[in-house]
Design a protein around this ligand. Structure first.
Ligand SMILES: NC(=O)c1ccc[n+]([C@@H]2O[C@H](COP(=O)([O-])OP(=O)(O)OC[C@H]3O[C@@H](n4cnc5c(N)ncnc54)[C@H](OP(=O)(O)O)[C@@H]3O)[C@@H](O)[C@H]2O)c1
Length: 265
């Protein structure tokens, strides 16, 4: 029996981790990203270790025509089993100083792509009576993120969107979950120019998780029919705390962060 899993942002980090894990239970993978060489290397290593065929697709998800074309391909796949909407990144800057095109691109990758690929995958999953969709959000979905002004809001959207679908599609046999990692060791922060040697903590409240922890926890939580998956006791504690704090207090704490304080111009 053929089982297809499609992973966006499979090039590195959490997406590549999902690809390696899903290769154990699926006969076919589509690996989606922009960096061809990394995708090819991942496909080769998966093929060497698992009996799984990988198709590499170079797709820029902020390009609406390319996104539509990917959605059309997904809609025609009769063996669609698992979709991982994982591609994402954070911007860095003040909202009004960044070009509109940057905001448009980030919201397209986070919101439009997640919605459109889910919309494309669901008809065949409904017809088959089974399927699984992982939507990668973030702990930041409970936080204001002034340094990356669309990051927190778009991740909150992903979580709410997933929650809106769960009550309808779980009874049809399609399982869904929001994956909400805390700081995780991937390319994410180095792409933002962060010094990762100093940034990732080994222990304590801000201990950085590994990709393997995030993916394993997500799969266990999906099997347990949870609605949100958070790897690491520390981040589960933080998420619980964030849900109880009044917005006013969260904003006050955020405003104390020196990075957001600029002298008046
Ligand atoms: N690392 C963390 O601390 C953390 C915490 C919470 C949530 N997350 C979320 O986890 C997800 C995966 O991130 P990661 O930590 O694994 O970082 P990563 O290693 O930088 O991976 C991000 C992935 O997204 C893909 N991507 C970004 N923009 C894209 C675009 N326009 N079109 C197609 N693919 C695109 C990248 O592929 P290409 O570069 O090849 O296009 C890459 O495979 C993201 O949604 C991120 O927001 C990460």
């Amino acid at each position: 029996m053929s089982h297809l899993a499609i992973i966006t942002g499979a090039t590195s980090g959490i997406g590549a981790g999902f690809a390696r894990e899903l290769a154990k239970s699926h006969s076919h993978l589509w690996l989606i990203g922009r960096r061809r060489e990394e995708l090819d290397a991942l496909a080769t290593s998966i093929h060497a270790n698992e009996h799984c065929e990988c198709v590499v697709m170079e797709v820029n998800l902020d390009d609406r025509a390319a996104l539509q074309s990917l959605a059309d391909k997904i809609a025609q796949e009769p063996h669609m089993q698992t979709l991982v909407n994982n591609a994402g990144y954070a911007s860095d800057g003040l909202f009004h100083e960044m070009p509109w095109a940057d905001h448009d691109a980030l919201s397209t990758v986070h919101i439009q792509a997640t919605m459109q690929l889910t919309h494309a995958a669901l008809p065949v999953m409904v017809k088959n009576g089974h399927g699984a969709i992982y939507n990668v959000a973030s702990i930041a979905s409970w936080l204001p993120t002034p340094h990356s002004p669309l990051y927190g809001p778009t991740k909150a959207y992903i979580r709410h969107f997933t929650n809106s679908l769960i009550p309808v599609y779980r009874p049809m046999g399609i399982n869904m979950i929001s994956v909400c990692p805390g700081f995780t060791r991937t390319d994410f922060h180095s792409r933002m120019g962060v010094n990762i040697q100093k940034f990732y903590k080994e222990k304590g409240l801000m201990r950085a998780t590994t990709v393997e922890e995030v993916v394993r926890t997500a799969m266990e939580d999906m099997a347990a029919e949870k609605i949100v998956s958070i790897a690491g006791l520390n981040y589960r504690f933080i998420a619980r705390l964030l849900r109880t704090l009044p917005d006013r207090l969260l904003l006050w704490i955020t405003a104390r962060d020196k990075r957001f304080q600029r002298p008046p111009q």
